[in-house]
Design a protein around this ligand. Structure first.
Ligand code: UD1
Ligand code: CA
Length: 454
């Protein structure tokens, strides 16, 4: 089928310079949700109508399978679909979706498409307790759909109808093109209404079917920040309940945010306030403490992430202990049983099994062997202001507290650095290296005394 996504409207009520459909829900633009659902239906053509906000939208959303068609000025939903007419193949039906209705399920749309088949007009409708603002579905005594009337054009009797048009429709393409060409804008809003094709279909003797979504929220649109926030919570709650269903322990399903894909093994537990972005995989028995932000990370079995950690583009081996207050930056690879403690930052570094950096350190551009102990306050000086250099620390080394390793530099296997060392040359394996002024005691020294004022 052809799919046309309407996304040209300006979304004034968002009070934002960003086009409405580019505002994020669960970390990605509203329009991306609609495009993903559209792709799940395997359309032969996928066409996005844009207008307000200029080229920002096609520049951001471009993809080989999408044709972007500009609609300027925006003269209504019917006018929007007209712009797509040259793109629409005649031999398959055309499905119209809205770029600001992000949560429609592919399942609901499949039922709509099946109901309509290749030669009927299908409309996705819902019954609302408060239908105000929507187009109403007008039916005859026999229950057959006659037309859709917009709120602003409706009589009092029509306004009492509680079945509304969600905006999502599918039509056989040849008559659709004919109906679009015949639309007029003689109505309360002076717009070309897509909804007017319904009365034309009735006139042409084309059968009309209606389908209801699995849930009403699937058809909710975003017009302002309040509705955006409501849909965000709704969507997050769905994701959280899917995790619970699957056996993940969530301290509070209302206090987790997933902006991407979170894959969990068995017996994973997640405390409150965590945010997961991009692609995150938590293997069996992983425990995430409160208020962690984790993006594009892979965490192996039984590792524990304590509260307040920030982890990005990192892989963590099994049985690791991270945090509280650890920051793992892109390119960090930790092997099994590595401990990274509070106020430790690691970037673009590999740390082998059983090594520990438990307190207040910066480890950047380093390769660290197995069973290494990094003392408190250790810093790899990886940057000379222009270039970055690597630090290598071999297996079983012991780095005394408050050491600076001025890269490029290597600490040999089993070497020990005395506390406070500023290492500028390689430290040989198996020996103690220390750079430190010798300690002296001055026995004759006396504390100063307060000078008396005369
Ligand atoms: C439309 C329907 C109404 C339905 C409601 C559901 C028409 C005439 N009315 O009304 O029956 O109940 O949606 O929310 O179709 N758009 C364009 N170009 C335009 C105008 C709109 O691309 O020129 C896009 C908007 O960006 C939006 C969608 O079409 O994604 C709907 O437009 P909107 O103005 O919100 O339509 P409503 O008046 O709410
Ligand atoms: Ca709307």
């Amino acid at each position: 089928m052809n799919i046309v996504i309407l996304a040209a409207g300006m979304g004034q009520r968002m009070q934002s310079a960003l086009p409405k459909v580019l505002h994020p829900l669960a970390g990605k633009p509203l329009l991306s949700h609609v495009i993903e659902t559209a792709r799940a239906l395997k359309p032969s053509r996928l066409c996005v109508i844009y207008g307000h906000g200029g080229e920002t939208l096609p520049n951001l959303m471009q993809a080989p399978d999408i044709v972007f068609v500009q609609q300027t000025p925006q003269l209504g939903t019917g006018h929007a679909v007209m712009q797509a007419v040259p793109q629409l193949a005649d031999d398959v039906p055309t499905l119209v979706l809205y770029g600001d209705v992000p949560l429609t399920s592919a399942n609901t749309l499949k039922r709509l498409l099946q109901g309509a088949g290749s030669d009927r007009l299908g409309i996705l409708t819902v019954k609302l307790a408060e239908p105000s603002g929507y187009g109403r579905i007008v039916r005859n005594q026999a229950g057959e759909i006659l037309r859709i009337v917009e709120q602003k054009d409706a009589s009092d009797a029509e306004r009492a109808i509680d079945e509304v048009n969600t905006g999502i429709m599918v039509a056989p393409t040849i008559p659709l093109k004919r109906w679009l060409a015949a639309l007029s804008n003689h109505n309360a809003q002076g717009e070309y209404y897509l909804t007017d094709i319904v009365a034309q279909a009735v006139n042409d003797g084309i059968a009309i079917t209606s389908t209801q979504p699995d849930a009403i929220w699937e058809t909710l649109g975003v017009n302002n920040k309040q509705q955006l926030a409501e849909l965000e919570r709704l969507h997050q709650s769905k994701l959280a309940h899917a995790l619970l269903q699957q056996g993940v322990t969530l301290a509070d399903p209302a206090r987790i945010d997933i902006r991407g894909t979170l894959t969990c093994g068995r017996d994973v537990s997640i405390d409150v306030g965590c945010v997961f972005e991009g692609n995150v995989v938590l293997a069996d028995g992983v425990n995430i403490g409160a208020y962690c932000v984790i993006k594009d990370a892979n965490i192996a079995q039984h590792s524990q992430i304590k509260p307040f950690c920030h982890i990005e583009e990192t892989s963590i081996g099994q049985d690791a202990k991270i945090g509280p207050y650890a920051r793992l930056r892109p390119g960090t690879q930790l092997a099994e049983d590595v401990h990274i403690g509070n106020f430790v930052e690691v970037k673009n570094s590999h740390i082998a099994a059983h090594s520990k950096a438990n307190h207040l350190s910066y480890i950047g551009d380093a390769s660290i062997g197995a069973r290494v102990n990094i003392g408190a306050g250790t810093i790899t000086c990886n940057y000379d202001g222009v270039n970055k250099f690597r630090t290598t620390i071999e297996d079983d080394a012991f780095i005394g507290s408050d050491s600076q390793l001025v890269a490029p530099v290597t600490v040999g296997k089993g070497a020990t650095l005395g506390a406070g060392t500023t290492l500028t040359k390689d430290a040989p394996a198996g020996q103690l290296t220390v750079s430190r002024a010798k300690q002296i005691t001055i026995s004759t020294w006396q504390r100063p005394v307060k000078i008396k004022k005369s």
